[in-house]
Design a protein. Structure first.
Length: 399
């Protein structure tokens, strides 16, 4: 069977929010791109993913014409609750730093961007197989794959972008001698549940307890997302609804009488924790973005926001390289993006270590955590640091 060939300016592996946002931004600059993904659109939309959008992420969506739904259906949150020693303490983002975050699932961000690319005639190909990247050190790198109809195909481009996640083909295509991985594994995971119940709180509740961490999040007026710290080897099937609710209630209970509103558990899974940064973020004609280049623990709500911040910077570098014929501009992308990445790694690690019980913790360790939490909520400077980091450092101040 003859192999099809597509020639484009930018080839993008990965049609998640990072890949689609990059394609969208490039189209607005008059730069052609082709996006491929091994998942079908239905598969991506059927994967439940939580989402907290930083202020700059919402601005990026709205300023580029894909923010109608986030403004209509998203929920602005002006703060979070830090709950420890049986009581809650509100961190008021709006009062402290003049910003908010938005509760808006990552799946909805994907849908908005996929609709925008379809509306604008974008070249996005879902459901491909056998993906490989090739000729990365040449001026015409390529993407080889089998299309959704079973035909072999090739995309040749001037610039190739790997936005295919932490388990994709792009990062692994970089020789080990040409990349450095900064990696940390965590000795615990999150047991995540989706429940049919009304909200138990107006904003996210981050809980430190003697039994371990818990996070109470929201989704809609009738569906909520909640998590509690667990062993990475925990079997979700071993937990009944009653056992899950008993554990969650025990972790958030306290002297103020706070209790969760219960309902049927419709989904349960265990989410392992890890941090990873791959440097550099460029190898020849290929640049990495989003989870293909870095992952963070979910405690700081940074994963999706870092991916969007990456491609905002990357679109600027590609514009310089393509429209102004300054290919050296691609070298600026990685260092600029990594400034935010390492800030986010620190914040995510700090939030995680402050709120979770560590294996082998002594009474001293727990008391130290409580002292740290008290220092955050009782200090205007401490609260302001958390508020600024959580809502996202403005793009004009990073990179």
């Amino acid at each position: 069977m003859p192999q099809g060939l597509t020639r484009t300016t930018v080839g993008i592996v990965g049609a998640g929010p990072a890949g689609l946002m990059l394609s969208h931004l490039l189209a607005r600059r008059g730069i052609a791109s082709t996006v491929v993904d091994h998942r079908t659109r239905a598969q991506i939309e059927g994967t439940s993913r939580a989402g907290i959008l930083e202020a700059d992420s919402v601005r990026l969506l709205t300023d580029t014409g894909v923010g109608d739904r986030v403004l209509r259906d998203g929920r602005p949150h002006d703060g979070i609750e830090l709950r420890f020693a049986g009581t809650s303490h509100r961190i008021d983002f709006r009062a402290l730093v003049g910003e908010s975050v938005w509760l808006y699932p990552q799946t909805d961000v994907f849908t908005d961007l996929a609709d925008a690319r379809a509306r604008d005639g974008g070249d996005v190909r879902f459901g491909i197989t056998d993906t490989r990247v090739t000729d990365l050190l040449t001026d015409r790198p390529g993407i080889l794959f089998t299309d959704a109809d079973g035909r072999p195909h090739e995309v040749r481009c001037d610039i190739l972008v790997g936005a295919d996640g932490s388990h994709g083909v792009c990062r692994s295509a970089v020789p080990e001698s040409a990349r450095t991985h900064y990696y940390r594994a965590y000795p615990y995971a999150w047991f995540g549940v989706l429940v049919d119940a009304p909200p138990s709180a107006a904003e996210l509740v981050y809980t430190h307890s003697e039994r371990g961490f818990a996070l109470i999040s929201q989704r809609t007026e009738t569906v909520q997302r909640m998590y509690f710290q667990c062993d990475p080897a925990e079997d979700p099937a071993a937990w009944s609804d009653d056992r899950i609710w008993a554990e969650l209630q025990a972790r958030v209970g306290g002297v103020d009488g706070f209790a969760l509103k219960e309902g049927p558990v419709t989904d349960r899974s265990v989410l392992p924790f890890r941090s990873l940064v791959c440097e550099p973020m460029r190898y020849g004609g290929m640049l990495l973005a989003g989870d293909a280049a870095h992952t963070v623990p979910p405690t700081g709500a940074k994963g999706l926001n870092l991916a969007l911040a990456d491609v905002r910077v990357l679109a600027e570098a590609v514009e310089e390289a393509v429209l102004r014929r300054d290919r050296a501009a691609l070298d600026s992308y990685g260092p600029r993006a990594l400034r935010r990445v390492w800030r986010a790694q620190h914040f995510s690690y700090w939030m995680t270590s402050m709120l979770h019980r560590q294996p082998g913790d002594t009474d001293f360790d727990v008391r130290r955590q409580l002292g740290e939490l008290a220092g955050v909520v009782e200090s205007a400077a401490g609260s302001a640091y958390l508020a600024e980091a959580y809502t996202g450092w403005p793009a004009r101040r990073v990179g």
